[in-house]
Unconditional design. Sequence first.
Length: 149
Amino acid sequence: MKTPHKLISQNKKARHEYEILETMEAGLMLLGSEVKSCRMGAANLQDSYARLVKGELYLVNAHISPYKFANRFNHEPLRKRKLLLHARELKKLYGRLREKGQTFIPLRLYFNERGKIKVEMALVRGKKQHDRREDIKKRDLQREAERKR
């Protein structure tokens, strides 16, 4: 995947708590005050996820702080935001999201090369506690091997 032009927010816990099965890039339908707030880096993807509603995919629980200069035209920080995907991608996801234990979460929010806000979304399955411990052990062993070199 191409490196993002400017990272706005990243969901660091996602890689620890979930097993990532597939990733894809999606556009995001935002209001003007939300875009300006994102330019200031005031977004948080913690505990956010995507939900299918009437054949459309929405990003739920993503917090974009109110833009302080927008006064009465400001947005609601935790509102649902529509994810922009091609119809074939939505059809493919529809079946995968119906499977037990799988969900669709954002990994990072960034500006692409053209200045558009994009979300890197991932189809994930929750890790069990023993899976997390195994990952930590592998990481520690790799660090030790690097130190010995």
